[in-house]
Design a protein around this ligand. Sequence first.
Ligand code: NDP
Length: 313
Amino acid sequence: LTAAAIGILIYFQFELRYLYDHFMQFAVSAAAFSMGLSIYLYIRSLRAPEEELAPGGNSGYFIYDFFTGHELNPRIGSFDLKYFCELRPGLIGWVVINLAMLLAEMKIHNQSMPSLSMILVNSFQLLYVVDALWNEEAILTTMDITHDGFGFMLAFGDLVWVPFVYSLQAYYLVGHPNAISWPVAAAITILNCIGYYIFRSANSQKNNFRRNPSDPRLAYLKFIPTATGKGLLVTGWWGFVRHPNYLGDIIMALAWSLPCGFNNILPYFYVIYFICLLVHREARDEHHCKQKYGLAWERYCQRVPYRIFPYIY
Ligand code: NDP
């Protein structure tokens, strides 16, 4: 539907560059909307039954619960608000903004083709978004869905942070063109492919195992049983290092920044922020898994002692 809407807009000669010229206005509007949505989510969560509250957003402190999300999976009928916001408006909006930046670059610099750097940034991030939508059921085993409530943190993250901050590389390239050679472009593309391969295979391995541990195609994987009935993988990607998926994601984040050159820190904001986010996320998940799996988690940590961020905490 979004593609059709964009096609119609372009057919009627609407300049998508409008998004570039009014970037801040759109971002502020999205922020206001996410605040309104968070207030709605908090108010409705007050009537939610105890078993539908998020374990982490049920402290009794208004500000904390409002921020982290009081209700786990708020729904209107069968429409799951968190699942929708996690996957659709922000991710698709990010791709649309990137496309607008590509068109703005061509228009402003009078180019008949987008620059190689812009093509790389757009293609890498499009791959990431298409992958998320193509494998959308994989999100069901992520922390955002299974553990975190739907409050300001995720509403703002999904609707403002993802589309307007993750598109900063493309935004930057419009005002600061960076010519790169074909060999450099090839090296960056290889880096992105390596990151993507690690990210996708690690996430799919865990997701397929969680969905059906007795799937004969996963018979080669070994796991430690736990008291909850779920197993912890000790071979494959999850036996190589804890949170292998984060490693792939960080490699890709670097590949998205490199086409912008080294003249400014802005295009590297994402990779720096993302490492901070994942360090904190890994700490949260380790703590959470330790509580959930107890001794089995300790055995897992002995079997797989390597971590992505070994010396941080
Ligand atoms: P994960 O997908 O890494 O899920 C963590 C969970 O996996 C644990 O809580 C545990 O849950 C399960 N698990 C851990 N170890 C094992 C094991 N050995 N065997 C089987 N299951 C195990 O968490 P995230 O939600 O943090 O990340 C999902 C993806 O999303 C990652 O690739 C991440 O990089 C990406 N991401 C991207 C963001 C972005 O802004 N671009 C933001 C956040 C995440 P359980 O046992 O209950 O199943």
